[in-house]
Ligand binder design. Structure first.
Ligand code: ACO
Length: 328
């Protein structure tokens, strides 16, 4: 599919120190630890400190990814941040990160595809390297979902957390790197998962804030059904494009939204649980940051070896979905 093989040459993650447990949520809304664990698999999540914004989390993850790649910030040609919780509308979080890193040569932009943003970002960045336009791109998924979560809404507040994951992409030897991407969208489902206010349709006002339009709205059951259908399907399509069989997968790194959604994908792909990276018990759903954090953690834990077949798969607001097959 590409002129030059492109792959991940460094990864890193950062999660804030503050832990919000299910027990604490029991004090905030009508819920309980048992319900949250059995319905979602989540036990705790991380919450950014008051002075931390998304670019601060992104910075910590980016520094680690650069270190792991052996490159310095000046080597970067592009910084791409996937997020739905930018520090502000503009400048982009990628621009703020570019300044903080001192990546003087790098272009910078944000990408908005909700929880699928990181996979959309990988597809975009790897194409730019494959065609010879760039040599090194930093792709970050970073979110402060706690800032757009209504902590009086038990349908959503139990799910989300904060954090960032980053990778550096560059050329890799023949036979390695990204083998395929499968990206998709169904805008007719946009209403199921959204922040309605604060944009040009409904600018922020006292009324929009009183109506909680600055918070995430989610039709949980509908999103759940969509996710179960699309996770396995997207991964299968990416495998088909790569010419790789399900049985050849060494590690699945799925979006960390709900353990039941992940289990349905494992069933469809006929994979045992030990071939799947799961950390939602510790971090909850961190939208665009979930997949890069899970990938970086898998690398830290020595679960990713040279030549392994890794499948990344995610879904989210838009509605959007994406999957990628890569050889490490
Ligand atoms: N504690 C206790 N009870 C609850 C809670 C809670 N935190 N939340 C909901 N309930 C209740 C509901 O009110 C409902 O009660 P009712 O039957 O009296 O109406 C009952 O539990 C069952 O509710 P469901 O919505 O059917 O529960 P479900 O099993 O579907 O789980 C959940 C809800 C966890 C939200 C699930 O639907 C889900 O994971 N959806 C997908 C969410 C997701 O993956 N989002 C990803 C994208 S996020 C992004 O892009 C930023």
């Amino acid at each position: 599919m590409q002129h030059h093989p492109v792959g991940i040459i460094g990864s890193g993650k950062y999660v804030p120190e503050r832990i919000l447990t299910n027990r604490e949520l029991e004090q905030m809304v009508e819920t309980n630890d048992e319900w949250i664990v059995t319905r979602t698999g989540i036990r705790e999540r991380r919450i950014a400190a008051a002075e931390q914004a998304t670019s601060d989390l992104a910075y910590e993850a980016a520094v680690k990814a650069l270190e792991a790649s052996g490159l310095s910030a000046e080597d970067l040609d592009l910084i791409l941040v996937a997020t739905i919780t930018p520090d502000m509308f503009f400048p982009s979080t990628a621009s703020l990160l570019q300044a903080r890193l001192g990546a003087k040569k790098a272009a910078a932009f944000d990408l908005s595809a909700a929880c699928t943003g990181f996979i959309y970002g990988l597809a975009t960045a790897s194409s730019m390297i494959a065609t010879g336009m760039y040599n090194h791109v930093l792709v970050v998924g970073a979110e402060c979902l706690s800032r757009i979560t209504d902590y009086t809404d038990r349908n959503t507040c139990i799910l989300f957390g904060d954090g960032a994951g980053a990778v550096v992409l560059g050329r890799v030897p023949e036979g390695r790197g990204f083998k395929s991407f499968e990206l998709g969208a169904d805008g007719t489902g946009g209403e199921l998962l959204k922040i309605g206010g604060g944009g040009s349709r409904l600018p922020s006002s006292q009324a929009s804030v009183a109506d909680k339009q600055h918070y995430i709205y989610m039709a949980g059951r509908e999103v759940f059904k969509f996710a179960v259908r699309i996770m396995g399907g997207a991964a299968e399509e990416a495998l088909r494009k790569a010419g790789i069989e399900k049985s050849e997968i060494d590690l699945l790194v799925p979006h960390q939204a709900n353990i039941r959604i992940i289990e349905s994908a494992l069933n469809r792909l006929e994979l045992p649980p030990e071939k799947c990276m799961v950390n939602l018990d510790k971090y909850g759903n961190i939208s665009a940051a979930s997949i890069p954090i899970a990938l970086a953690e898998a690398v830290e834990q020595g679960r990713v070896n040279e030549g392994d077949c890794i499948v990344l798969v995610g879904f989210g607001g838009g509605l959007t979905w994406g999957a990628s097959v890569l050889i490490w």
